[in-house]
Design a protein around this ligand. Structure first.
Ligand code: DC
Length: 491
C-alpha cells in the first residue's frame, strides 16, 4: 500500500487515534522498529510491546540451560509453563523470565546469533502468538516484531512495515553495540544480520512478509524524527476494513406515535433552552434500522439524542438499574427502551435489540458501555461489534459535547453540541468473519466507531477550542482510566 506521508501535511493530531487502536510494526532486524514503536507509544499514549524480547527471553533461558536451539520439544517444555512478563517502566520495558529480570541478558551477541533459530519453531510461535494476542485483547497497544500484522493482529488498526538497507542497519547496530561497550566488527554484524534476514524470511511458520494492507516505509535515508513522524501519520490512515460511507440516504420517515411526539417536543424545547446545536445533520435523513452510536459523558445524553430525532422513533438500550425506579421504569418502557445488564454479556437484550433493528427501528446505544472522560472518548466495547455482526445494521456515529456540568442561563463552560458522522455501512464485515475470530472483528468495528468519535471531536475543537474546564475534568477522569488499564495489563 502506498500513501503519501510527506509533503505539506497538516500537523499531526494524536487525539485522532482510537484508544483501542492496535498498531502493528514489522520489519527486519535493525530497521528501527523498537525506536519507532516506543516513539509511537509516547505520541499516542499506547502500551509498547516488544515481541522480539519475548523470543529473546526464551533463547536466553535455553542457552543458560544448555538446550539445543534446534530442539523444538525441549524449548516448548520450558516455554509453556514459563511466567514471561514485559513490564513497562519510565519509557523502558523490563523483561522477566520466571520472576528474574533478564532485560540486559537478552541483548547479547550470543542471543542475537541464536534467536532466529529458536523462533523458527511452530510450537514456540504458537505459544508466543497466544500470549501476544492476550496482551492486545483490549487494544491500546503498539507491538513490533516480524509477524504482528500478518499473524498476531491481522485486523490491526494500522500496519507498518519498516525496512532499511543492509548497510544502514549494520551502521545502526554497530553504534548500539558501541554504546553498550560491546566489541563487534561491522563484518560480523553484516554476517549476523544477513543470516537473520534469511532465517526470519525463509522459515516455514509465519515468515517475515509484507502484509498487503501494510504501509511500507523505507527508513534508510530518514532521520529518526522523520521516520517517527511518517509512522505516526501512517497510524492515522486506518486502511484495514472495507468501509463504505453513505452519502445517498433513503429518507425513512415513518408513522410517529403520539407519545414520541410528546417526548420529542418536551426534550427538544429543553435542549434548545440549554443552547443545543446540531452539526452535520443538514439532510436529516437516516436509513431504516440504523444504530445510533453515541459517546457518553452525562446522564442527559439519552434525552439529548431523543431531542435530535423527531422524524424517527428511537429505541434505546438503557442500563437495567434505571428500570427499577418509578416513574422512570414505566416511562422507559413506554418509549420502547430495552433494559441491558451491564455486567457480563446480556444475550436477551442483544436479541431484542437485533429484532428491533430488523424491524426497521433505530437503536440508540452508548458503545463505550459507560460514561467516559470528557475530551477522551473510547474505548468502544465489543457490544457494537456483536450487534453489527448479527444484524449488519448501518451505524451513525454521533458525538455529544458539553452535556456534563451545564447550567441553564449560566456562562457556557463548553458548547452544547451533537455532531453527526457519516453513516457507516459495514460491507467488509462478512468477508472478515470468514477468516477471523469474532472478537477480533468486534475490536476492529469498535475501533472504527471510536475513530469516528475522535474525528468529530477534533472538528468540534477546531471550531470551538477545548475549554480549561473540559481539560481539567477530562484529565482527572483519564488518570482513573489509566490506572485501570495498567491493572488489566498486569493481570
Ligand atoms: O526484533 P528483535 O531483533 O529483538 O527480534 C529478535 C528475533 O526474534 C528475530 O530475529 C526474529 C524473532 N522474532 C520473530 O520471529 N517474531 C516476532 N514477532 C518478533 C521477533
Amino acid at each position: 500500500m502506498t500513501v503519501d506521508l510527506t509533503g505539506d501535511s497538516p500537523p499531526l493530531d494524536p487525539s485522532l487515534l482510537p484508544r483501542t487502536a492496535v498498531i502493528a510494526i514489522d520489519g527486519p532486524a535493525g530497521s528501527g522498529k523498537s525506536t519507532t514503536a516506543r516513539a509511537l507509544a509516547d505520541i499516542f499514549g499506547l502500551l509498547y510491546i516488544d515481541s522480539g524480547a519475548m523470543y529473546r527471553a526464551l533463547t536466553q533461558a535455553a542457552l543458560s540451560k544448555g538446550i539445543d536451539p534446534g530442539d523444538e520439544d525441549a524449548l516448548a517444555a520450558i516455554l509453556v509453563p514459563a511466567n514471561l512478563v514485559l513490564k513497562p517502566s519510565k519509557g523502558e520495558v523490563s523483561v522477566f523470565w520466571n520472576g528474574k529480570d533478564v532485560s540486559l541478558a537478552i541483548r547479547t551477541p550470543e542471543v542475537d546469533a541464536t534467536v532466529s533459530r529458536v523462533s523458527s519453531h511452530a510450537a514456540v510461535r504458537a505459544n508466543m502468538v497466544e500470549r501476544q494476542k492476550v496482551m492486545g485483547r483490549l487494544g491500546g497497544v503498539v507491538m513490533e516484531g516480524r509477524d504482528i500484522g500478518t499473524v498476531v493482529f491481522p485486523l490491526a488498526t494500522a500496519k507498518i512495515f519498516l525496512s532499511a538497507s543492509l548497510d544502514a542497519r549494520i551502521e545502526r547496530r554497530f553504534r548500539q553495540y558501541q554504546q553498550r561497550g560491546l566489541d563487534v566488527s561491522r563484518e560480523e554484524l553484516r554476517q549476523d544480520l544477513a543470516e537473520r534476514d534469511r532465517q526470519d524470511s525463509e522459515r516455514q511458520t509465519s515468515p517475515l512478509t509484507i502484509s498487503p494492507d501494510s504501509i511500507v516505509i523505507d527508513s534508510s535515508e530518514l532521520s529518526l524524527e522523520q521516520q517517527n513522524q511518517m509512522c505516526a501519520r501512517a497510524c492515522l490512515v486506518n486502511p484495514t476494513l472495507d468501509l463504505e460511507l453513505d452519502t445517498d440516504l433513503e429518507t425513512a420517515i415513518r408513522e410517529i406515535p403520539w407519545h414520541y411526539r410528546l417526548a420529542y417536543s418536551f426534550f427538544n424545547a429543553s435542549a434548545r433552552f440549554f443552547g443545543l446545536r446540531q452539526v452535520g445533520n443538514e439532510g436529516g435523513a437516516l436509513p431504516r434500522g440504523c444504530i445510533l452510536a453515541v459517546n457518553h459523558v452525562s446522564n442527559w445524553d439519552p434525552p439529548l439524542i431523543g431531542s435530535t430525532f423527531h422524524r424517527y422513533p428511537v429505541h434505546a438500550l438503557a442500563k437495567a438499574e434505571l428500570f427499577k425506579f418509578w416513574p422512570l421504569g414505566p416511562i422507559f418502557r413506554w418509549i420502547d427502551s430495552i433494559p441491558i445488564q451491564r455486567s457480563g454479556f446480556d444475550a436477551e437484550a442483544f436479541r431484542e435489540a437485533a429484532a428491533r433493528l430488523a424491524d426497521g427501528a433505530n437503536l440508540l446505544i452508548f458503545p463505550e458501555g459507560t460514561r467516559r472522560a470528557i475530551g477522551h472518548p473510547g474505548p468502544v466495547r465489543n457490544g457494537l461489534g456483536i450487534l453489527v455482526q448479527a444484524t449488519g445494521a448501518p451505524t451513525l456515529p454521533l458525538f455529544i459535547r458539553g452535556s456534563y456540568g451545564r447550567q441553564p442561563g449560566g456562562s457556557p463552560k463548553s458548547p452544547l453540541e451533537v455532531h453527526f458522522g457519516p453513516v457507516i455501512r459495514w460491507h467488509g464485515v462478512q468477508a472478515l468473519l470468514r477468516d477471523h475470530d469474532k472478537k477480533e472483528v468486534s475490536l476492529r468495528i469498535g475501533n472504527l466507531c471510536e475513530a469516528a468519535f475522535r474525528e468529530l471531536q477534533a472538528r468540534s475543537f477546531a471550531a470551538y477550542p477545548e475549554t480549561e474546564y473540559e481539560k481539567e475534568l477530562g484529565a482527572r477522569q483519564l488518570k482513573k482510566f489509566a490506572r485501570r488499564q495498567e491493572q488489566v495489563f498486569r493481570n
